[in-house]
Design a protein around this ligand. Structure first.
Ligand code: MYR
Length: 187
């Protein structure tokens, strides 16, 4: 099954790569983070803003993901996480984070980002140590995209190579399935 995800992700990427200037995107993201740091002067606030921005991207990106991948429903959170890694990340960032460190109840796992294009060309000042999560936008993208398929999750960076950690790790927690909005009988 892993191979199936991989091939699908690679095919989609090959068709799209020519149209994307990755470096422009990476530098644009960097300048957004720098501007937020300047405006808020508080790394926690910057993390929150990045997460919110990502959320707004995620709620739109899911439609593109579903139509381009042709993916249907996942059977459970474990499959969803594999699809996110092998197809979603592959499609949008050309990476496939490792899904690992599952909790015993299968509700929490980690995405290990062996590579992260957003980090390219980035060095953080020392005082950001474990306060600024530079790629926090990704946490918001996950939350927004999954909310659109009725899954409430929380995602947080717990380590990052830009902070001197050995690995970059996003912890993802499944909270609950959301109910489809039922039309109000009085409407
Ligand atoms: C379902 O069960 O309805 C399908 C769930 C698939 C969710 C896929 C979400 C893709 C998010 C892509 C994230 C990319 C980050 C760069």
């Amino acid at each position: 099954m892993a191979k199936q995800y991989k091939t699908l992700g690679e095919d989609i990427w090959k068709n799209r790569v020519e149209t994307i200037n990755a470096e422009l995107f990476i530098f644009t993201y960097g300048s957004i983070v720098a501007q937020l740091v300047k405006d808020f002067e508080d790394y926690e606030q910057v993390n929150k803003q990045l997460e919110k921005m990502g959320y707004n991207i995620g709620v739109r990106l899911i439609e593109d993901f579903l139509s381009r991948s042709g993916w249907g429903r996942c059977t459970d959170f474990k499959e969803t996480m594999e699809v996110i890694s092998k197809i979603g990340f592959k499609m949008f960032l050309n990476i496939a984070p490792t899904v690992t460190n599952w909790s015993t109840d299968s509700k929490v796992c980690s995405l290990i980002l062996d590579e992260n294009p957003l980090n390219d060309f980035v060095e953080l000042p020392l005082d950001t140590q474990h306060k600024l999560w530079y790629s926090n936008i990704l946490c918001g993208v996950l939350r927004g995209a999954l909310e659109m398929v009725q899954m409430q999750i929380e995602a947080n960076f717990i380590s990052c190579v830009l902070q001197g950690d050995d690995i970059s790790e996003i912890r993802v927690q499944f909270i609950r399935h959301l109910q489809e909005e039922l039309p109000n009988a009085d409407d």
